[in-house]
Ligand binder design. Structure first.
Ligand SMILES: Cc1cc2nc3c(=O)[nH]c(=O)nc-3n(C[C@H](O)[C@H](O)[C@H](O)COP(=O)(O)OP(=O)(O)OC[C@H]3O[C@@H](n4cnc5c(N)ncnc54)[C@H](O)[C@@H]3O)c2cc1C
Length: 62
């Protein structure tokens, strides 16, 4: 995910985990402009599937 450098936002949200995505939804619903900056190339944080790393793994039961 990339930020639009030079643009103006009311809020910058760091990370694209589930908490940030819920925050982003609330911000947009409140009429604010916001951008999410994520250090990885995916969204979902711990809930992103990873084959051999902490988070949602193949053996996770829901
Ligand atoms: C299988 C599983 C089951 C779970 N069950 C429960 C449960 O029953 N009850 C419960 O309360 N919790 C549970 N959890 C924990 C819960 O999912 C986590 O607490 C929650 O996902 C955390 O969300 P988060 O958005 O705060 O953080 P994360 O999911 O960790 O996301 C943070 C994001 O921020 C990014 N980031 C971090 N630092 C930076 C930076 N400096 N710049 C840019 N990006 C950055 C990360 O890359 C990541 O994408 C469970 C987790 C898993 C994996």
């Amino acid at each position: 995910m990339t930020a639009n450098v030079g643009n103006h936002y009311d809020v910058i949200v760091i990370g694209a985990g589930i908490s940030s995505l819920a925050t982003l939804k609330c911000l947009l619903e409140a009429g604010l402009t916001a951008v999410v900056i994520e250090r990885t190339d995916g969204v979902g944080g711990l809930w992103t599937f990873r084959e051999n790393d902490y988070g949602v793994m193949r053996f996770t039961h829901m």
